[in-house]
Design a protein around this ligand. Sequence first.
Ligand code: GEK
Length: 255
Amino acid sequence: MSDKSALDTLYSNKLTDISHFSFNDEVVNVFPDMITRSVPGYNTILGMISDLAGRYVQANSTCYDLGSSLGAASLAMRGGIEADNCQIISVDNSKAMIARCEKVVSASTNNAVKENESPLTPITLYCSDIEDVSIENSSMVVLNFTLQFIPLEKRLALLQKIYDGLLPNGVLLLSEKVVFDDKPHQQLMTDLYHNFKRANGYSDLEIAQKRTALEEVLKPETLEYHKERLKAVGFNSADTWFQCMTFASLIAIKS
Ligand code: GEK
């Protein structure tokens, strides 16, 4: 999917007015390139989603990809599921994302059918706010860089709903941009992250303008806070499996 993405040049020219970042058509067109060049470990995390799907997805259950964008995590889950009679529900509140995701998922489904890959877990897409979706009979939920866009005061209720909708031994994979209480460490991680973006071809202007666009939209929290909140909603196992600079991914299991 990422191979055919246009190059992300959205912030390459000096903008007089930098509007809040939104998941519109322009972003959709460059999204695979944008996310792979901006999120360290993105492909590693997709690989882990597949692996976890093989281990944790239970027969006759539902998997959720919340904030699914172009369906990369949904397809990774589908690739890893070994259990029978499951379904994947993928939710995003951006119409532009869902419209493009439908094409990505059907191309992948057609390919798999041609290659005789069976059985294929069905993927159903919904254009909706994830706060309005009920989570039921689930053995796996993925929040891959989505919680960071949910208003801070609504995050606890969303995680509680996910925990309540998981079956025993169900898994939540939560990936987020994170911050650090220690100021020098925060500064160092930010500097290193900007170097990572430079190494991936983004200019200082692009880095600065994108940062401004995201400032009011993406609200990161500390890893400690994430873990405490996951424990508070009921997960008795919730820990980091991946961290690179200001990006982290956690696995939480309902026992
Ligand atoms: C991936 N998981 O490729 N309800 C539904 N969707 C939302 C909401 C909301 N309230 N808020 C934001 N989104 C993907 C990457 S991107 C992460 C996820 C990023 C959606 C938004 O429209 C976007 O598609 C996605 O969450 C976040 O594995 O771009 O940093």
